[in-house]
Ligand binder design. Structure first.
Ligand SMILES: *Cc1c(COP(=O)(O)O)cnc(C)c1O
Length: 363
């Protein structure tokens, strides 16, 4: 079998390792930027009643008509802009890559950044180019970026705003310069929009090559898998050709429309998460020997004393708290862990586990 695999599976795919998802059973799950809150009982019952009316014997509405208006309202998308929906924004990254891939075509992003850009580019047949962020504060290295844009002429540029896994916003003027200098499409990935006031959504239409991507995942609907891309209609009409006709299933369409009718519940939750982020950041910043980076997202990046990250990660897990170990993911993430903001109780459990783990010396 292996010789067949080696012969037929594309070499760039064989070279990739699959995206790993940790087993979180029985653990406080603070590794994946999920919203920790559920819905009030009455709201759940109303939702269940609604789902029982969905005609699952029928194909979904290919345009997800009932979602278009509510999404535009919730995300502040102008009427003259187009809107494309994806089965998570991961699928939108894939649609963009499929539409723009070709011999000699490049996707450019920054590192450390969101790993799916590199992964999806690679299996769609786009060369990937990652420009390092400034290691001290994870800001954009604008001169190097401009030079690389010039050299590589990338078809596609992805920038997460705020960035994952560093949590910071890039300088707005620097992003504007990049958009103007880029020869191809620039996609601003605003997955963490619920946790910041900054956005490029209102700038759509000011540039021929700017698109903005969002998702419902981080605002509390990760299980539904719904992402969206907004921008000038001529671009989205082309991208729509690589979209599978029924990519947004009926249960997701009905559930997301329902959730958007109760958006104040989700907004209260994200406001709570923002307050708890400030609280946890303050508590982390007074711990000796470590750096907690300020964040505009629903997670905090933490740098531990040298050589301790993997042992601390394991010790926290032993105490029932699962976070993300980023040590080894990128040179500038040495000794780093990423903690998702949970409920106040989960955050305090996380803090206690971290403190306990830090006082356990590595043998
Ligand atoms: C989580 C995340 C996404 C993916 O979101 P889905 O809509 O759940 O696929 C996209 N971009 C960034 C930067 C993320 O952190």
């Amino acid at each position: 079998m292996h010789h067949l695999i080696d012969h037929w599976i594309r070499p760039e795919l064989r070279a990739l390792s699959a995206y790993q998802v940790a087993d979180a059973r029985g653990l406080i799950k603070l590794d994946a930027m999920e919203n920790p809150y559920g819905w009030p009982e009455g709201m759940k019952q109303e939702w269940a009643a609604l789902l029982s009316q969905v005609a699952i014997n029928r194909y979904p509405d290919p345009q997800a008509t009932q979602l278009q208006g509510p999404l535009r309202a919730a995300m502040g998308i102008a009427d003259d802009m187009g809107l494309l929906l994806g089965n998570g924004s991961d699928e939108i990254i894939q649609m963009l890559c499929l539409a723009l891939a070709g011999p000699g075509r490049t996707l450019l992003s920054v590192e450390p950044g969101f790993v799916m850009y590199r992964l999806i580019a690679s299996f769609c047949g786009l060369r990937y180019c990652g420009v390092p962020l400034n290691p001290e504060d994870f800001s954009l290295d604008l001169p190097t970026l401009l030079q690389t844009l010039e050299q590589e002429q990338p078809a596609l540029v992805f920038l997460a705003y705020p960035n994952n896994p560093t949590g910071n916003l890039f300088d707005e003027q620097a992003l504007l310069e990049i958009i103007q200098a880029a020869p191809g499409l620039v996609v601003i990935d605003e997955a963490y929009a619920p946790f910041t006031d900054a956005s490029f959504m209102a700038r759509l239409g000011q540039f021929d090559n700017l698109l903005v991507m969002r998702t419902l995942s981080k605002m509390g609907l990760a299980g539904l898998r719904l992402g969206l891309l907004a921008g000038p209609r001529p671009w989205l009409e082309q991208l729509d050709k690589v979209r599978m006709p029924y990519n947004i299933n009926s249960l997701t369409q009905a559930s997301a429309a329902f959730a958007l009718r109760h958006i104040q519940v989700l907004e209260q939750q994200t406001q709570q998460i923002r307050r708890d982020r400030a609280l946890l950041l303050g508590q982390l910043q007074v711990l000796p020997g470590l750096t907690a980076y300020a964040s505009e997202a629903n997670f905090i990046l933490l740098r531990l004393p040298e050589g301790r990250a993997s042992a601390v990660f394991a010790a926290m897990k032993q105490q029932g708290v699962l976070v993300k170990n980023l040590h080894g993911a990128h040179p500038s993430l040495r000794d780093c862990l990423r903690l998702t903001i949970g409920t106040p109780e989960e955050n305090q459990a996380c803090l206690r586990a971290l403190q306990t783990a830090l006082s356990i010396r590595v043998p």
